[in-house]
Design a protein around this ligand. Structure first.
Ligand code: CP3
Length: 350
């Protein structure tokens, strides 16, 4: 883990990433700015289009801050999307209302070679500007997280042109023409290093790499399309930003795979709700901070099982650096009262 002393700014979240277990775990939620919040829906309606909201620094900063004001989370995550990177590489990206993302499909040598060399400033500058605004408004102890999608996950959308059930199109391309797929991955690795570095320069205290579809890869493909690009990003980013705090979230990864990722010397690993916590503690707990892993459905269901599970998670990770979070993004139908319960139970004395 990165540093030898807790930073001067007393941030429980950053101190945890630096390897120091906290008396109560710092807390944030993946997708914490979003449709379960009425104040988000209001700004979203004003913006009209989802990408318009992403590219408006003032509105993006506002929705980033909304969950911090309401719940006092220990970290804010900049409001943006993982598909901003392909968009900034020159790929046509749209969000159809109620249907999810639609992209121009990128499957030929020609199209891969013709992706932009540099990220289009018109797409990425508003993100960096939003980060600088948020950094200036957050309480001192609240950290700001920048992010990108992992190359594999971003590639699944670029190859299929949309979300798919099993990421079949990208897996098939990787199997049939691994060299061509590598060319696409190389471009995404480079773009990710630049995008994460620029977010840190703009004021992000830590970055998270979302590998939402890591879990569909067999062990051989996992090594080549998840571990290797992640290693390249970590090494590349640390060349320009030596003390960068990096969290990886390889959703669906096995314990063996999680252990390989922990050995890349990043600061944190997000685990989903299917991961056995005691095994995770034993195998990862002395290498990285563990982030997670409440099932988002438990947060919707509420009641006694929710309170019990929050306490189970806290007890299982007691004594090691742990960040309380969900095992994947919060869903729009989640009752706000249940989020309030999470905040209360995450912070009460055991
Ligand atoms: O966590 C946060 O609050 C920060 C913002 C954030 C968004 N997307 C906003 C968003 C983050 C970190 C993401 C990451 C993201 N985007 C991932 C990886 C993490 C994950 O949840 O799996 C992926 C795969 C995407 C791509 C994406 N963006 C999809 C598939 C969709 C449509 C599905 C959906 O949830 O609506 C989006 C849209 C999106 N990104 C929304 C938000 C708040 C909803 C759009 C809206 O408000 O209409």
């Amino acid at each position: 883990m990165g540093m030898s002393e807790p930073r001067a700014k007393a941030s429980p979240f950053l101190n945890t990433l630096d390897g120091f277990a906290q008396p109560t775990p710092p807390l944030w939620m993946m997708r914490q700015a979003g449709r379960y919040l009425p104040e988000y829906r209001e700004v979203r309606a004003k913006a009209g289009d989802f990408l318009t909201l992403c590219y408006n620094p003032e509105m993006a900063a506002e929705v980033t801050l909304q969950p911090i004001r309401r719940f006092g989370f220990d970290a804010a995550i900049i409001f943006s999307d993982i598909l901003v990177v392909p968009h900034a590489l020159g790929v046509d990206v749209r969000f159809e209302a109620g249907e999810g993302p639609r992209l121009e499909t990128i499957t030929t040598r020609d199209r891969i070679d013709n992706l932009r060399q540099l990220l289009d400033p018109a797409k990425v500058q508003p993100v960096y500007e939003a980060i600088t605004r948020v950094a200036g408004e957050l309480p001192d102890e609240t950290a700001l997280i920048g992010f990108c999608g992992a190359p594999w996950t971003v590639a699944t959308y670029m190859v299929a042109g949309r979300g798919t059930d099993d990421q079949g199109p990208a897996r098939m391309m990787a199997l049939k023409d691994p060299d061509l797929f590598d060319a696409l991955m190389d471009r995404l690795v480079e773009a990710s290093i630049r995008h994460l570095g620029a977010q840190i320069d703009a004021g992000a205290d830590a970055v998270q790499i979302f590998d939402t579809w890591a879990g569909v890869l067999d062990p051989e493909m996992f090594e080549r399309w998840c571990i290797r690009p992640l290693r390249q990003i970590v090494n590349g980013l640390r060349q320009t930003h030596r003390n960068a705090r990096i969290i990886a979230f390889p959703r669906g990864a096995t314990l063996e795979a999680l252990e390989q990722i922990a050995d890349l010397k990043l600061n944190g690993i997000g685990i989903d709700w299917t991961v056995d916590r005691k095994a995770a503690k034993a195998r990862l707990g002395d290498k990285v901070a563990i982030q997670g892993n409440l099932d988002p459905l438990r947060l919707i269901a509420g009641g006694p099982q929710l309170e019990e599970q929050i306490l189970n998670i806290r007890r299982d990770f007691e004594g090691i650096p742990h960040i309380m979070n969900l095992g994947h993004g919060i869903k729009p139908e989640t009752p706000i009262a249940h989020v309030e319960k999470l905040v209360e139970k995450a912070r009460e004395k055991l």
